[in-house]
Design a binder for this molecule. Structure first.
Ligand SMILES: Cc1cc2nc3c(=O)[nH]c(=O)nc-3n(C[C@H](O)[C@H](O)[C@H](O)COP(=O)(O)OP(=O)(O)OC[C@H]3O[C@@H](n4cnc5c(N)ncnc54)[C@H](O)[C@@H]3O)c2cc1C
Ligand code: SF4
Length: 560
């Protein structure tokens, strides 16, 4: 049986990064991805036909095919059941992969090459230093060179200002907040979003360049709808939104050392006992999601990057040693959503226009960071997604006053808000929620699918997390009113809305500070699950990518 140097499980936020780094070090890497691959010549109809088995050359990437498959239509891309970015196998005659979530809410994750970064909004803030220093088993200073490497590679830029950011900055300044001029956030304040989106195309205002031509040039078109997928750019490695399938994956393939196999669900980590190392990982068992065939593959080192739910599930389904922290301590940035509705006469003097048009520009172009509490971000989602968010609430139908509505919107009230959609500004709350061992992933004792026992996902915020979220909600309300909102909708999202899952295989408990498992040698983890906590509230992916870059170095030095 051929032996790889390293097998990486998952090609999303973390997996694609460690594959590229190890490939550049000259190691032979096999990436196993459970979902489909969009934009590779070897999979012309990825949701209809099995296509090829593997791809290992950059020349297989095909931007025309990618643009044909990835468009901005909300339902096409983001319908959680049938959209291209759903959580399930490529084959559309089969259902999604089931997770048992015993509370209100939803789990928003994607399968496929690029993982959930295919749909993410590309915000790339660093963790708050105070959430890392003297808390994590490594210092913030140690992370900085790895942050810098990822920021250069993606690359990370500051978001340009469109109307919704301008309105947010206006409100934030009137509410007494100041601009933070640094990436390392130690005091509260607002700033443009650091994100992995290429700067705006120089021809945006050129009337002689047609929209179709613009979309084939390098740079962001500011046309918005980034969550539905970004099809703008001249080649697969120059797409404006730098999801890992268009950034790290092309770079990994360029090393000629990395092979990627989509439609391959890893069922089990295979181990043996070595006289000097003890229990160690030696390979995996996979299941081809089209044919159902199983296969064992071997490697000198195995890296789990299947995400914060599937990595602990895989550990437990593989029967690896019991560790009380496997799957435990899930954090989720305990989120909330508020929307201000503005009148034309309020907007004109601030924006010089009667509309905000929140879908224009980067989805989350501005943020307010508050070390100790968490973060606020502007969010300009497409209208269908926005409307669906008004249907999610912990409080049911709970109307407060005429200028503030809390709870779920429906009927005439939803119609009224959506009629005013172009004059709204929405703010997402991301709390610095506490690690609590009661929260996390366990295996369902009764329900299995073709990949083993399904995960049960449970999350209940602690008292302190609830208090922090309330403080952030108050700040958001104040900013929206100061910006001139005539009415605010406070959604009061249920705690079960899972978008930023982290910390289920914590550093210092399940893995050491180099992200190697304490219990199984040669088994590393390179996804959100290794975070020690919720980073203070900032979006998680950049930190996962910095850690994956560091883990590659540590793994290489120890075993090769
Ligand atoms: C709408 C939305 C917006 C977001 N915006 C941002 C943002 O702006 N900034 C930010 O930092 N974060 C954002 N996030 C979160 C971000 O997407 C995640 O932090 C990031 O993708 C996590 O990386 P990961 O490697 O842990 O998991 P994933 O990216 O989910 O990758 C895991 C991969 O492993 C594969 N896999 C799972 N199990 C197996 C198995 N057994 N065998 C083989 N393959 C397997 C999956 O198919 C998937 O491709 C957003 C998320 C959503 C849903
Ligand atoms: S706004 Fe920019 S990043 Fe977003 S989808 Fe459009 S081109 Fe892509």
């Amino acid at each position: 049986m051929a032996k790889e140097d390293v097998i990486v499980i998952g090609s999303g936020g973390g997996g694609a990064v460690i594959a590229k780094e190890l490939g550049e070090m000259g190691l032979k890497v096999l990436v196993l991805e459970a979902g489909p691959w969009y934009g590779n010549k070897k999979w012309q109809n990825p949701n209809l036909q099995p296509g090829a088995k593997i791809s290992s050359t950059f020349d297989d990437l095909d931007v025309s095919l990618y643009k044909q498959l990835v468009n901005k239509y909300e339902q096409n891309m983001n319908d959680l059941v049938s959209g291209r970015f759903r959580w399930g196998p490529a084959d559309r005659s089969r259902s999604q992969w089931f997770r048992n979530i015993k509370q209100k809410g939803m789990i928003w994750q994607s399968s496929g090459v690029g993982g959930t970064t295919q749909v993410y909004t590309a915000n790339c803030p660093r963790a708050f230093p105070m959430a890392v220093d003297h808390v994590w088993p490594l210092s913030y200073l140690e992370l900085i060179p790895y942050y810098e490497k990822v920021e250069d590679t993606l690359p990370v830029n500051f978001a340009p200002t469109t109307a919704k950011e301008e309105l947010f900055y206006y409100g934030a300044k009137k509410a007494g907040w100041h601009l933070i001029p640094t990436l390392d956030v130690t005091v509260p304040g607002f700033r443009p979003q650091p994100n992995a989106i290429l700067p705006p195309n120089n021809n945006i205002l050129n009337p002689h360049v047609r929209l179709e031509e613009l979309s084939w040039m390098e740079g962001c078109t500011l046309a918005g709808h980034c969550v539905n997928g970004c099809p703008h750019g001249p080649s697969m490695d120059k797409i404006a939104k730098r999801s890992t399938n268009v950034s790290y994956v092309p770079l990994a393939l360029k090393t000629s050392n990395v092979t990627i196999r989509p439609n391959a669900f890893v069922l089990k980590i295979v181990t043996d006992i070595d006289s000097s190392e003890g229990l160690r990982a030696i390979g995996v068992v996979i299941r081809d999601t089209w044919t159902g065939e199983k296969e064992e593959l071997q490697a000198k080192v195995v890296v789990m990057a299947a995400g914060s739910i599937e990595s602990p599930r895989l550990w437990m389904n593989s029967g690896l040693p019991h560790n009380p922290w496997v799957g435990k301590g899930l954090v989720n940035h305990y989120m909330d959503w508020l929307t201000g509705i503005f009148a034309e006469k309020e907007l004109m003097p601030i924006l010089g226009s009667s509309d905000v048009n929140p879908f224009v520009g980067h989805t989350c172009g501005a943020r307010l960071d508050y070390p100790g509490l968490g973060t606020l971000q502007t969010v300009g989602m497409s209208p269908g997604l926005t409307a669906s968010f008004f249907g999610m609430s912990e409080s049911g139908y709970d109307f407060l006053t005429s200028s503030m509505t809390k709870g779920r919107l429906y009927g005439d009230e939803l119609k009224e808000v959506m009629t005013n959609y172009r004059r709204t500004l929405s703010v997402l709350v991301s709390t610095d929620d506490e690690v609590d061992p009661q929260n996390g992933i366990t295996l369902d004792p009764l329900i299995s699918d073709e990949h083993g026992s399904v995960p049960v996902v449970a999350y209940k915020p602690t008292k302190r997390s609830k208090r922090k979220r309330s403080e952030l909600v108050k700040i958001a309300v104040d900013i929206l009113y100061k910006a001139g909102a005539k009415k605010i909708i406070w959604s009061n999202w249920p705690a079960g809305n899972m978008i930023h899952m982290e910390s289920t295989m914590r550093m210092g408990f399940v893995v050491d500070e180099n992200c190697e498992s304490y219990d199984v040698k040669r088994l590393y983890i390179a996804d959100n699950s290794v975070h020690y906590n919720s980073l203070g509230g900032p979006n998680p992916t950049l930190t996962t990518q910095a850690l994956a870059t560091r883990t590659a170095e540590k793994l290489f030095n120890k075993y090769f």
